[in-house]
Design a protein around this ligand. Structure first.
Ligand code: BTN
Length: 269
């Protein structure tokens, strides 16, 4: 059952009312749920309007991309899903979501996060090393019918608190607090991310996709000049990233060819 929105969340949402547009309106809060994406899908199926947002302080069945789990213990992070409905959002909504989360974290905390294709939100480890650690992830799940897009649920998980990760994650994940070396509040991060999402949604619905792509490219230095491996048919292929195209596909140079990578797992070397 949804509960009363905690006061710090209510205040942060109130302070960003104008910049958030419909995002976060209404906001449903759960101290714990299975997956906020599942709760948002239920609401969307019942006709919830664009911007309807589900927020949880813990998830017992948080989902990540490629069938993975999303580590969501109580109080460690923000687990949020937003219902989007405008058919003009189809296509670049995942990239726009990555930009929104990265910009929301940057505005609220000053942490200079980057995006790693398709939309992992990462932070550079140390000054000299090229390794990136994941701070946040985005999972967009769409429902379509013969009439086209019914809705998209855009879910994002942000590692806020400095909590111990399980061994498998400790090598690849970090939190905003661990990176900044100080405590941070989750509520302003939520509110600024919803405001940034509203800005991205406005760009998408007014057809200003170049602005989204340009911002994405500025936030994603590893999308150019990084050595990667990916699965092509059944074989693994190695190449060097060469940016994204206007549909959001990752481009990679391999020999004298440029390949488009649309989905699936990319290994960054
Ligand atoms: C990824 O694999 O990087 C995507 C992670 C997305 C996690 C968020 S947490 C809120 C929402 N609910 C879920 O079950 N998943 C998304």
């Amino acid at each position: 059952m949804p509960e009363k929105l905690p006061p710090d969340f209510a205040t942060a949402l109130f302070l960003t009312t104008e910049r958030r547009g419909a995002m976060g309106d209404p906001a449903w809060y759960f101290s714990e749920t299975g997956s906020t994406n599942d709760e948002a899908v239920k609401l969307a199926e019942r006709g919830a309007a664009q911007g309807t947002t589900v927020i949880a302080s813990a998830q017992t069945a948080g989902r990540g991309r490629l069938g993975r789990d999303w580590y969501s213990p109580p109080g460690a992070g923000l687990y949020v899903s937003v219902v989007l409905r405008d058919p003009r959002l189809a296509g670049l909504v995942t990239l726009a979501g990555g930009v929104a989360v990265a910009d929301g974290i940057r505005t609220a905390t000053g942490l200079p996060v980057e995006i790693k294709w398709p939309n992992d939100v990462v932070v550079r480890e140390g000054r000299t090393r090229d390794r990136r650690l994941k701070v946040a992830g985005i999972l967009a799940e769409a429902s379509t019918s013969s009439e086209g897009l019914q809705y998209v649920v855009l879910g994002f998980g942000i590692n806020v608190r400095n909590t111990a990760f399980p061994p498998a994650l400790a090598e690849i994940a970090t939190s905003i607090e661990a990176e900044l070396g100080r405590s941070v509040e989750g509520a302003p991060i939520l509110a600024e991310t919803l405001a940034a999402l509203n800005a991205q949604v406005t760009l998408l619905t007014t057809g200003n996709t170049p602005a989204i792509l340009n911002r994405w490219r500025a936030l994603a230095p590893t999308a150019t000049g990084s050595v990667i491996e990916w699965e092509r048919a059944t074989e693994r292929t190695r190449g060097t990233t060469a940016g994204i195209d206007d549909q959001g596909a990752l481009l990679a140079r391999t020999g004298d060819r440029t390949e488009r990578i649309l989905s699936g797992e990319v290994r960054w070397l």
